[in-house]
Ligand binder design. Sequence first.
Ligand code: PFF
Length: 448
Amino acid sequence: MSSPRGQFSSKTGFIMAAAGSAVGLGNIWGFPTQTASNGGAAFVLAYLVLAFCLAYPALMAELTLGRHSRSNTVDGLASVASSPLTKFFGRFTGWYGIVVASLILSFYTIIAGWMVAYLIAPAAEMMSLDAAHHWLTEQSNGRNLIFGGLFAGLTMAIIASGVESGIERWSTRLMPALIVLLLLLIIYVLTQEGAAEGLKLYLLPDLSQLTNPDLIVSAMGQAFFSLSLGVGTMMIYGSYLSKDDSLPRLGAIVTTVDVGIAFTAGLLIIPAMFVAQHHGATIYSESGDLLAGPDLIFQVLPVLFESMGAAGPWVAIAFFGLMTIASLTSSISMLEVPVARAVETSQASRPVVTLIIGGIIFAISAVIILNFGSLFGLVVDFTTKYSQPILGILLCIFAGWIMHRDRLLSELKEGHEDIEDSLFWKIWPVYVRFFCPALIVLSFYKSL
Ligand code: PFF
């Protein structure tokens, strides 16, 4: 059978890997643009409350299930169940998570490939390679396949090396680099003309928006995507954690880092839009909303970079380097979900399994690239809008109802001896049973 399971060598290793999974395009791109189009600081406020009151308890369900079962998601969920029906339900949930994680990875790889192309483009510009620069910054199937493939290759190379020397080693190197790049870019942007206007929009709440159900639903979806919930990444990372560490504390640190980086990214992106406007960029759409999505990243921000003269290409490299790093520490966590299952149930070695599964997922990316207009939105909606909330509910049901109560509570006590004195102990076991599934159902219902 399988090779021995990997394990994170330290608490810091786990925090870097789990925060690396959480911090991604969802934080640096998704959160600021959602904030801009949902009433500025009112959205930030709703997001902060939901991240700690809903996403954190759901994250705890995954970490507890994962560390207790010490297995891949399919067999792990079946192992905490006791009847044939709930075991079947466990395997079904595990497989559903594997499919969703793989599909998220397939579209994430495409976007990350654009980031890699834009990371290289400024170098072509500095060398006056105009044709290359043009090719790198224009949409084409060829470019998207090459750079998507390059990014998929990087993701596979890290996962092929295993938990400690792949995931942990690279997350521990890349996360500090991400934070340094983010802070340098913020300092630069906030000293430019126009930045104050962006800061105002970002930080002054329009409290009337807080009663808007769309805002609450968007904030909940964002919190879920951002903490990588539902698909089993956090369950798998939890399964590589030592019994000496306190799960509630580690979960709280990961949530705080994720929320903190999303908030900090807003201090960069929103003011940067207004600085770009100062240099002639259009930042509002025809309907009067702030531009979001690819228009923001690939049209607004380049105006800003061009306005910076000789520094421009370097700042662009720093920005797209930041985006690439954020994407990579997230993409490895998605690939680990199917790879962990295959490594634990087949004779094949981790590198071989990684190559096969990574190859299949990239083939799906290629199909999406070649049918972008009809498939991209479909895959994004199926995975993030419908499947992540459904899976979130299922995992809370597993932790709250199917896993034996004594096993759940004794798992929480591991590495946290005085847990019975904490507020977490008094609230969470009930919360995960009733409130989490109910809140997710409510938000899901609203979003439909
Ligand atoms: N949390 C990542 C982000 O904010 O970009 C996205 C993500 C990673 C979603 C891993 C799902 C996942 F399994």
